[in-house]
Ligand binder design. Structure first.
Ligand code: DGP
Length: 114
């Protein structure tokens, strides 16, 4: 989508610290990290939010979870633990309308989140 910042990151139009990419997904470091490890994992396909997913997107979401698991191992947070978060909508604080999953780790994470 032309005016989507994450589509532009996926295409390389906007630079990022990319840590993984394949035909379907891209993962890059969050510009405003909330933990020592804070990576965003997105589908290349522009899907605005979790509420826009349907059965046709089931495989990509499963794939993103496997990419997250592999990145957790690669960045050394698999043993200590980590969290995967997808903010959906205004009350959750979603600020970019391209579905994304935060991979957070490297410190003790509080629960419940704010
Ligand atoms: P959310 O609040 O869940 O929509 O998270 C959006 C995240 O995206 C937020 O943590 C900051 C990050 N972000 C926004 N713009 C950019 C960007 O241009 N580059 C990178 N690396 N991250 C961005």
């Amino acid at each position: 989508m032309a005016d989507c910042v994450f589509c532009k990151i996926a295409s390389g139009e906007i630079p990022s610290q990319m840590v993984y990419q394949d035909d379907a997904v891209v993962a890059f470091k969050d510009v405003n990290p909330q933990a020592p490890i804070h990576i965003l994992i997105i589908p290349r396909q522009h899907i605005p939010s979790l509420m826009d997913l349907d059965e046709s997107n089931a495989a990509i979401i499963g794939h993103i979870m496997l990419v997250a698991k592999n990145l957790a191992r690669q960045f050394g947070i698999d043993q200590g633990g980590f969290r995967i978060v997808s903010n959906c909508g205004a009350d959750a604080g979603q600020s970019v309308d391209h579905v994304h999953f935060h991979l957070l780790g490297g410190r003790s994470l509080q629960w419940p989140p704010g």
